[in-house]
Design a protein around this ligand. Structure first.
Ligand code: MTE
Ligand code: MO
Length: 362
């Protein structure tokens, strides 16, 4: 793993350094990518508390969270919304991720639903849950993100363990929000406040100094070049693909688009195959897949393309900057994910192919 601190926009970034990470479905902590922008806060679990605000009211210590509510564990594949950004041509700004900003871990913690119910929230009523992180920028801006309350009541948790170990500091110690299946940015680390609101977070939403709406309303939204999306109070769906097709003018990165990566062969060495023997191709389509490849000698590009349970498949490539939604209207092989200025939510499969040379064993 190599750690880089992007000097232009200050992201701290760490990614799996090897394609082979994706040959297994569970990612060891040391190979799980890391992504955040502010300095990591130095927090201690026994001094820390979670504020419940907005339409709920209360304060919970770590001991309250662990003793007063059930404990659950979920396997969550987290993908940075900027994964695949490096495949945009021309290049967009920020971290040029290829396929490595994705990982699967077991997260253990308290169901958000249990806390909300205990504080009188049983129905979503089209409201939002805003999680605020304990990291501050130099200008006192906080990291705040809103998700539909409906999602929070369904399967989200406040996690304090990762793969059975105490949550590492870089992954949000002592507590982080886990939003299963949704892009990394929704999974707020170092959570210190949960706020039940009628709308998504914006500039004036919190009783705090600094900017509040940046992460929700400005960064992490899909739009063509030269556009500054206006803030929305609400959107009709958390389905990123539905938003992209026509649901929302400039979509938010909520649930993750269907995606896959090959782990082996990893392209680093030529393969020698015995006659009549297959080559194992293994990877993750945010679940482990495996394919016995009847390989023939020669040069190949091995591609993986996933289809989700709603029949939506990965587009082949990323469009030209001007195409925006038109690219999505192409049929199958010609369908192109819209080039967008932030380089978000890209799930094209062609750029992630593995070049493999196969020789016949004699
Ligand atoms: N408080 C806080 N939470 C955050 C971030 C951040 O900068 N601050 N970065 C988000 C982004 S963009 C991603 S992709 C995930 C990455 O989580 P990880 O570092 O545990 O992999 O955390 C999210 N949660
Ligand atoms: Mo991210």
């Amino acid at each position: 793993m190599t750690e880089t601190r992007d000097t232009a926009d200050r992201y701290t970034v760490l990614g799996a350094s090897e394609r082979r990470t994706f040959a297994n479905w569970l990612t060891p902590i040391g190979e799980h990518f890391v992504c955040h922008r502010n300095d990591m806060p130095v927090l201690e679990a026994d001094e820390w508390s979670l504020s419940l605000t907005g339409e709920i009211d209360g304060t919970l210590s770590m001991a309250d969270l662990k003793s007063a509510y059930p404990t659950v564990a979920v396997a969550h594949t987290m993908e940075c919304a900027g994964n695949g950004r490096g495949h945009h041509q021309p290049e967009t700004g920020s971290v040029q991720w290829g396929f490595e900003a994705a990982a699967t871990a077991f997260w253990t913690g308290t169901p958000v639903r249990s806390i909300l119910r205990d504080h009188g929230v049983t129905d979503a009523d089209e409201r939002w849950l805003t999680a605020v992180g304990g990291d501050r920028s130099a200008d006192d801006d906080v990291f705040a993100r809103s998700i539909p309350l409906e999602k929070a009541l369904t399967d989200c948790l406040l996690a304090y363990e990762m793969n059975g170990h105490p949550l590492p500091r870089e992954h949000g110690y002592p507590l982080r929000l886990i939003v299963p299946g949704w892009y990394g940015v929704n999974n707020v680390k170092w959570v210190e406040e949960l706020r039940v609101m009628d709308s998504m977070v914006d500039a004036e939403s919190l009783e705090r100094p600094g900017e509040h709406g940046v992460w929700q309303q400005e960064a992490y939204r899909l739009h063509p070049p030269g556009v500054s999306p206006e803030a929305n109070e609400t959107v009709p769906t958390g389905d990123t693909r539905d938003q992209l097709e026509d649901g929302v003018t400039y979509p938010y990165t909520f649930d993750a688009n269907v995606m896959s990566v090959i782990g082996i062969p990893d392209g680093t060495a030529e393969l020698t195959v015995e006659l009549e023997k297959t080559v194992e191709v293994r990877g993750v389509a945010w679940r482990l897949f495996r394919y016995e490849w009847d390989a023939t000698p020669g040069r190949h590009t091995v591609l993986s393309r996933a289809t989700d349970d709603r029949g939506r498949t990965q587009p082949a490539r990323i469009s030209e900057p001007g195409a925006w939604r038109e690219g999505l209207e192409g049929e199958d092989e010609t369908e192109a994910f819209p080039w967008n200025e932030g380089g978000y939510a890209a799930n094209a499969y062609e750029p992630n192919g593995v070049a493999v040379v196969v020789e016949q064993e004699t």
